[in-house]
Design a protein around this ligand. Structure first.
Ligand code: FMN
Length: 166
């Protein structure tokens, strides 16, 4: 498999920790970058990409993603695969659960390259922008309400990505 570039935005560290766990699961085959420290060339060089964001209110991505997202239109995504993951809190924010993930997906310049959709079973929420036609647009992790499930979810998602990535 081609090298994977993991790009995350994280305010209090949970999305960063999840990104590190995802990197570990791929082993030497994955690099990890904080979205606030990068330029578009660093994304463009990878064939397999993973973007991760937390949620900060109705429709809101993590701030560093909000600052960066418009730069994605300068990248040619053809020939790439892109998987997304999102962090949120379904107990405190059941009406905008993992909205950051949904907004990140909505604002991608090329959605045709997205892989790694994830079942909504096992989560409890009223509304989520990340829920498209009964599936999440990427892996959903909740370190506040369901922390005990994260390791197994990451492991299952990575098995799926190993088939979907190039
Ligand atoms: C002010 C505030 C607003 C939040 N809004 C949402 C939200 O709308 N939906 C959600 O699922 N989680 C929400 N969260 C929970 C965060 O997404 C969650 O704590 C996440 O793990 C933070 O990740 P980070 O530290 O990597 O940025 C909110 C948290 C705070 C403090």
């Amino acid at each position: 498999m081609e090298t994977i570039g993991i790009f995350y935005g994280s305010t209090s560290g949970t999305t960063k920790s999840a990104a590190i766990e995802i990197q570990k699961a791929f082993g030497k085959n994955a690099d990890i970058h904080d979205i606030k420290d990068i330029n578009i060339d660093m994304i463009a060089r990878y064939t397999n990409l993973i973007f991760g964001t937390s949620a900060w209110g109705i429709g809101d991505m993590q701030d560093d993603w909000e600052d960066f997202i418009d730069n994605l239109s300068g990248i040619d995504f053809s020939g790439k695969k892109l998987a997304l993951f999102g962090l949120g809190d379904q107990d405190e924010y059941p009406e905008s659960f993992v909205d950051g993930l949904g907004t990140l997906y909505c604002r991608l310049p090329d959605k045709s390259v997205v892989v790694g959709s994830w079942p909504t079973e096992g989560y409890s929420y009223y509304f989520s922008l990340a829920d498209k036609d009964g599936k999440f647009v990427g892996l959903v992790l909740d370190e506040h309400s369901q922390a005990a499930s994260s390791a197994e979810r990451i492991s299952r998602w990575i098995s799926q990505l190993k088939k979907e990535f190039i």
